[in-house]
Design a protein around this ligand. Structure first.
Ligand SMILES: CC(C)(COP(=O)(O)OP(=O)(O)OC[C@H]1O[C@@H](n2cnc3c(N)ncnc32)[C@H](O)[C@@H]1OP(=O)(O)O)[C@@H](O)C(=O)NCCC(=O)NCCS
Length: 95
């Protein structure tokens, strides 16, 4: 992986953790609106999140929202699953 991609400054990346909506709000566009509103308010260069590799539909959902898989990551926690680490440029920095 290119060193400039993983280089951390402590300020260039924000983490999106556990986006979730109640089942009755799924497939309504609410999750996407929450996601967009959260990220629109950020001033960092890019955002990162983790998706369980056992949930390929969630990975595909995020890919459709502009995220790319950087690589695999397993947190150093007992019984932690293997995740996809994903990255997305933030507003004003998309293509
Ligand atoms: C992720 C989430 C916010 C997306 O909401 P949405 O945009 O309305 O999209 P959907 O709920 O239709 O999810 C897209 C697909 O992923 C699947 N999916 C969602 N969460 C999943 C999970 N935790 N495990 C396995 N599959 C999941 C859905 O079943 C759906 O598949 P389908 O199209 O075959 O029905 C919502 O599904 C959710 O709250 N999920 C539970 C929490 C979660 O897994 N968050 C992700 C953390 S990285």
């Amino acid at each position: 992986m290119a060193p400039d991609v993983i280089a951390g400054t402590g300020r260039r990346t924000c983490a999106l953790s556990e986006l979730m909506v109640l089942p009755s709000w799924r497939k309504t566009g609410t999750a996407r609106r929450l996601h967009d509103a959260l990220l629109a308010a950020r001033t960092e260069e890019r955002a990162t999140l983790l998706v369980d590799q056992g949930h390929p539909k969630v990975r595909a959902l995020y890919e459709g929202w502009g995220w790319q898989v950087l690589g695999g990551l397993r947190p150093r926690i007992e019984h932690a699953p293997l995740f996809h680490a994903m990255l997305r440029p933030l507003a004003g920095r998309l293509g």
